[in-house]
Design a protein around this ligand. Structure first.
Ligand code: SAM
Length: 328
């Protein structure tokens, strides 16, 4: 069988379609005080490419730190999980994942790899490239929302490793994170493993700089959500340049927040929803939260949702963590 034959992309939709979900999030989120949107709407093709640029910025340490940990410990993760299937949530380009794939395929050349993401173009490209690099594996990419029920997961019960890298778990608020962990636990079997990448609490200036780089790439990424709204919902009155990028630390919540602040009064119309939305000059829209964690608290939270921590690794600077847990 050729490498070409060993990958495919399927779309999985539970309940609402992506378009219906965007309509719901706009209706529910924009009409709250303060208005907000879930972070997933950044990731059309342009947003995904901008995120890829962010990962190489000098200020954006998480990708380098997580790569450092994976470089040091991918073999440990492969040995401890002994997985025959790797399921990756919010996989994006799966660049760092190659370190895991190297280690896992050294033990199991016939590995099943299941990257899952909402960004169809980036996912398809990553699936094709991964299959080409690892001709012995099978790549079953799935366009799906990790906030939907996740089961049944492919692979043999007890032999799966689910990876959730990049600190993406921080984009969920406390309630959303609990619900996510419950859904994930329900989709997994005893003996399966979960590898979670989480950014750690640190100096506020470094945190803010990571979300407000000097080259303005994160600002462009943030403003891209306005283009997504306008293009996907044929909204009138929305112009990305009418918004200023704002990143700040919310100490009580322990999270970085990204906002879009109106440079002038905004009057937008969403015809499909028959919704008029306005924001005064200086008014703000919350577009992303990124929770920062303490290792002990995170391990306790995992345990409370049925994931028994096996090992936590950090980079040498203690900036980022990877926790491998086992479904108990
Ligand atoms: C912060 S990026 C991390 C990408 C990659 N895992 C990494 O570590 O560099 C978040 C990724 O999750 C995807 N994503 C965001 N929300 C999602 C959702 N609700 N369901 C599935 N994928 C989602 C995005 O398309 C993007 O690829």
């Amino acid at each position: 069988m050729t490498a070409q034959a060993r990958w495919h992309v399927t779309e999985r939709s539970v309940g609402l379609s992506s378009h219906e979900r965007l309509l719901r999030d706009v209706q529910e989120g924009l009409t709250q005080d303060p208005p907000w949107l879930p972070a997933r709407w950044f990731y059309d093709e342009k947003g995904s490419l901008l995120f890829d640029d962010i990962t190489t910025l000098p200020e954006y340490y998480p990708t380098r730190r997580e790569t450092e940990i994976l470089t040091a410990h991918a073999d440990d993760i492969a040995r401890l999980s002994d997985a025959g299937a790797l399921v990756e949530l919010g996989s994006g380009t799966s660049t760092k994942t190659r370190l895991l794939l190297d280690a896992l395929t050294a033990r199991r050349p016939d590995l099943l790899f299941v990257p899952i993401d909402v960004s169809v173009e980036v996912l398809s490209d990553a699936a094709a490239r991964t299959a080409e690099t690892y001709p012995s594996i099978t790549v079953e990419a799935v366009v799906a929302d990790f906030e939907d029920p996740l089961g049944p997961l492919p692979g043999v019960a007890g032999g799966r490793l689910v990876a959730f890298l990049g600190g993406t778990i921080g984009n969920l608020n406390v309630a959303g994170r609990g619900a996510f962990l419950d859904r994930l636990r329900a989709a997994m079997d005893v003996g399966d493993h979960f590898l979670l990448g989480a950014d750690l609490v640190k100096d506020v200036d470094r945190l803010v700089a990571a979300y407000d780089d000097s080259a303005g790439v994160t600002a462009a990424f943030n403003r891209n959500v306005i283009d997504v709204l306008r293009a996907s919902l044929h909204a009138d009155g929305l112009v990305a340049d009418d918004f200023e990028h704002v990143a700040r630390w919310n100490a009580p919540e322990g999270r970085i927040e990204m906002w879009l602040r109106a440079r002038r009064p905004i009057r937008a119309r969403f015809p499909e929803l028959d919704l008029d939305w306005s924001l005064p000059a200086g008014g703000e829209l919350l577009t992303e939260i990124s929770m920062k964690f303490e290792v002990d608290v995170l391990r306790a939270e995992l345990a409370a949702h049925g994931f028994q921590a096996v090992e936590t690794w950090t980079d040498a600077a203690g900036d980022f963590s990877l926790t491998l847990s086992r479904v108990a």
